[in-house]
Design a protein around this ligand. Structure first.
Ligand code: FES
Length: 117
């Protein structure tokens, strides 16, 4: 596993994503305000550039006729057909056992953000 420097701390603003090529793979580095996440920029549905979608929240499981919004900033919504993915696990919210996007470990060392591939 190689650590690739992708940015300096402070370069990626809260709620935004920097997309770059690492070892031939397009990867989005997203900052949720506390942690950095590295997500493969390919949707498993029809290969849209997933990381160009919105980072948002979703409606949580609740009782009938009850709508509770949560997980703000933890959900990536594909720009083509709206599939939702958890940025921490890469799993699809609709079918987590079948669809997921590759995520990578991220570390911060000496003010540098590193993606492990
Ligand atoms: S390509 Fe992402 S939901 Fe269809």
């Amino acid at each position: 596993m190689i650590k690739h420097e992708v940015a300096e701390v402070g370069e990626i603003e809260k709620g935004s994503c920097k997309i770059m090529k690492i070892e031939g793979r397009s990867i989005g580095i997203y900052f949720d305000g506390e942690n950095y996440h590295a997500i493969r920029n390919v949707c498993p549905h029809e290969q849209a550039e997933l990381c160009k979608g919105k980072f948002t929240g979703t409606t949580l499981t609740s009782k009938p006729h009850e709508y509770i919004y949560g997980m703000e900033g933890e959900i990536l919504v594909c720009p083509w057909h709206g599939w939702e993915f958890d940025v921490k696990t890469g799993k699809s919210l609709a079918d987590p056992d079948r669809y997921r996007v590759k995520i990578y470990d991220v570390s911060v060392e000496d003010n540098r953000i590193l993606v492990h591939i």
